[in-house]
Design a protein around this ligand. Structure first.
Ligand code: SF4
Ligand code: FES
Length: 328
């Protein structure tokens, strides 16, 4: 086992574990944010750079710091590695820069976006974003389009994380969409519009960290925090049938997979469960779903103890804040 220290807390992990996974083993504020990495999708990570951390000591054998910040989701730990996440001002500054880049073309349309309340970019902007934008050039704009009967694509909101293409590659027999072109003109596109209709395609909606892919059967029905989530299951011949029902009274507004603390699906579900079973009689209710994530869905649970410290001019050190947190 390798020993690794993240923001002063030590843990032991198997060789080959990434820094991000080691941080998840510790949990809490030690975990860097992740917009493209998804532990259930092979090959994910390394695209968005929000998970940057500083390696203050490479290993026990070679304790020199790494010369640049590294993406924690794709960097394996070494024995004796010392990593700084929230304790490094350089990391926080870099993350602010990454968020600013991610928001260059992203519309601030949270008030009308179905993803609001469970959007990772919204959380990231709150925790690491700047208050204003310095971007003055023209922004990319696209019209929302249907890519299949159940999925609406808002390309303006896409951050090109590649998760949806990985779902298509790894869960469906034929991928019919992908990222076209390079650089500033890159976009998600289908070979033939309206062609995504595979039985597991709905999982793209759940893995999309922003509101680029939304559920056509739920659009504009309700803000997500006005719905009540319940764990429920059914006998399904295609998937595990374990889902979350998002209800308004006795009406099922939306069905999604169950997500863990990091917003990742515990299991992928089929389109029949997701889109076609909207009667209470279709499901066995297990009980209310607790939303652990520090998101708007768990109202008043927004928790960003370091927010004030990220503002320029604030002289209080992050180490002091961390010490206070540990003492309290
Ligand atoms: S549509 Fe969503 S999941 Fe797909 S690349 Fe864009 S942001 Fe990622
Ligand atoms: S989560 Fe590591 S680069 Fe995107």
């Amino acid at each position: 086992m390798f020993k690794v220290t993240i923001d002063g807390v030590q843990t032991e992990v198997e060789p080959g574990t990434s820094i991000l996974q080691a941080a998840r083993k510790i949990g809490g504020h030690h975990v860097p944010p992740a917009m493209c990495y998804y532990s259930k999708l092979k090959g994910s990570g390394g695209k968005c750079r929000v998970c940057l951390v500083r390696v203050a000591a490479g290993s026990e054998k070679d304790p020199r710091p790494m010369p640049k910040l590294v993406a924690s989701c794709v960097t394996p730990v070494q024995d004796g590695m010392v990593v700084e996440n929230l304790l490094s001002q350089e990391v926080l500054e870099a993350r602010r820069g990454v968020v600013e880049f991610l928001l260059l073309n992203h519309p601030l349309d949270c008030p009308i976006c179905d993803q609001a309340g469970e959007c990772h970019l919204q959380d990231l902007g709150f925790e690491h974003g700047r208050e204003g934008t310095r971007y003055q050039e023209g922004r990319r704009t696209f019209k929302p389009i249907d890519i299949g009967p159940y999925i609406k694509l808002h390309m303006t909101r896409c951050i090109l994380c590649y998760r949806c293409t990985m779902v298509a590659d790894q869960l469906t027999p034929n991928r019919v969409h992908g990222i076209m072109w390079r650089g500033e003109v890159s976009e998600i596109s289908t070979y033939i519009e309206n062609s995504i209709d595979n039985e597991f395609s709905g999982n793209m909606i759940d893995v999309c960290p922003v509101g680029a892919l939304t559920d056509n059967t739920f659009r504009f029905k309700s803000r997500v925090w006005f719905t009540k989530p319940f764990d429920a299951h059914r006998e399904c011949p295609t998937c595990s049938g374990k889902v979350v029902l998002w209800n308004h009274g006795n009406e099922i507004y939306r069905v999604t997979g169950r997500k863990d603390t990091y917003g990742e699906l515990e299991e992928f579900i089929c389109n029949t469960c997701r889109f076609e079973k909207k009667e209470m009689g279709d499901w066995v209710i297990e009980g209310p779903r607790t939303i652990n994530r520090h998101s708007v869905i768990g109202q008043n649970h927004y928790d960003a103890p370091y927010q004030g410290l990220l503002k320029p001019g604030n002289k209080r050190s992050l180490m002091a804040a961390k010490t206070e947190e540990v003492q309290n």
